[in-house]
Design a protein around this ligand. Structure first.
Ligand SMILES: O=C1C[C@@](O)(C(=O)O)C[C@@H](O)[C@@H]1O
Length: 257
C-alpha cells in the first residue's frame, strides 16, 4: 500500500517534494570560526543549514550556545537551521548527560531561532518525546536520527528504526550507516524505498557514508531520501560532496527523471 507523503515546509523550503534538498553543516569550534563559516555560506548554493553544535567549544553552556546562535542568525537570517548535537557514540564530537542533552535541545527549540532540532532515536523514548513536545510547542520540527559509523544494519532493522522514529512522533526520520560493501549501499537504498512506499507518511532522510555510499547522497529523489548533506568549508561526515557539485548533479537527475 502506498502512503501519501506530507512534505515538511520550513521557511519556503519544501522537504519531501522534488529534488532532495541540500543541507550544509556548520562545524566551527569557536565563535570566530562559526562567524567565518557562516559568512562563507552566504555565497553558497544550499537549502538548509545544520549547526553541529557538538563541535562548539562552549556547547556545555546553554547561554553561550544561545549567543552563538544569535550571531549565526544575524549572518544567515533566512535559511532554515537544523540544530544538532551529535553524540560521540553516534559519530559526533562530544558526550553530555542525557538530562543536559534534553535540556539543551528544549532550550534552543524554545528560542524560535532554529527551525528543526535533531534528536537521536536511541536517547530513550521518554526523552525523545519530551524534546518533540517542547519543539512542537514552539513550531519547531524534529528530525529523529540514528547513525552507525561502523556498519550497515539489516534491511529489516533500517526499516524498523525509521518506523520507530515516525511512531515516536518525529517529523523527519533519518538514518546514516557505513557500508562495508556495495551490497550494503544497495540495501540501505532498498530499505529507504520500502519505507517510503509502504510505511512513511512524512519525508525521510537516509545516507550510506564514505566513498562507496556517495551514490546514496545524490540519488535520493529516485529511492526516497528527501534531503542530502553536502560540504562547504569542511565535511561533517565521510562521503559528503561539495555543495556546488551536489546541486549540479541533483538538478541533472531531477531534469531527466
Ligand atoms: O546525520 C547527519 C548525516 C551525516 O552524518 C552525514 O553522513 O552526512 C552528517 C551529520 O552532520 C548529520 O547530522
Amino acid at each position: 500500500m502506498q502512503n501519501t507523503l506530507k512534505p515538511v515546509v520550513v521557511r519556503n523550503v519544501t522537504i519531501g517534494e522534488g529534488a532532495p534538498k541540500i543541507c550544509v553543516p556548520l562545524v566551527g569550534e569557536t565563535m570566530e570560526q562559526l562567524k567565518e563559516e557562516a559568512n562563507f555560506l552566504t555565497s553558497q548554493d544550499f537549502d538548509v543549514i545544520e549547526w553541529r553544535v557538538d563541535f562548539y567549544e562552549h556547547v556545555e553552556d546553554i547561554e553561550k550556545v544561545k549567543e552563538a546562535l544569535a550571531e549565526i542568525r544575524l549572518i544567515l537570517p533566512s535559511q532554515p537551521i537544523v540544530f544538532t548535537f551529535r553524540s560521540a557514540k553516534e559519530g559526533g564530537e562530544k558526550e553530555v548527560s542525557t538530562a543536559y542533552y534534553v535540556e539543551l535541545n528544549q532550550a534552543i527549540a524554545a528560542t524560535g531561532q532554529v527551525d528543526i532540532v535533531d534528536a537521536e532515536l536511541f536517547t530513550g523514548d521518554a526523552e525523545v518525546k519530551a524534546i518533540i513536545e517542547e519543539a512542537h510547542k514552539h513550531h519547531v520540527y524534529v528530525i529523529i536520527s540514528n547513525h552507525d559509523f561502523d556498519k550497515t544494519p539489516s534491511k529489516e532493522e533500517i526499516i524498523s528504526r525509521l518506523r520507530k522514529a515516525q511512531e515516536l512522533g518525529g517529523d523527519i526520520p533519518k538514518l546514516a550507516a557505513m557500508p562495508q560493501s556495495v551490497s550494503d549501499v544497495l540495501m540501505l537504498m532498498e530499505a529507504t524505498h520500502i519505507m517510503k512506499e509502504e510505511y512513511a507518511d512524512r519525508p525521510i532522510i537516509t545516507m550510506s557514508m564514505a566513498g562507496k555510499g556517495v551514490i546514496s547522497r545524490i540519488a535520493g529523489e529516485l529511492f526516497g531520501s528527501a534531503l542530502t548533506f553536502g560540504s562547504a568549508k569542511k565535511a561533517s561526515a565521510p562521503g559528503q560532496v561539495p555543495v556546488e557539485e551536489l546541486r549540479s548533479v541533483l538538478n541533472t537527475l531531477h531534469k531527466h527523471m
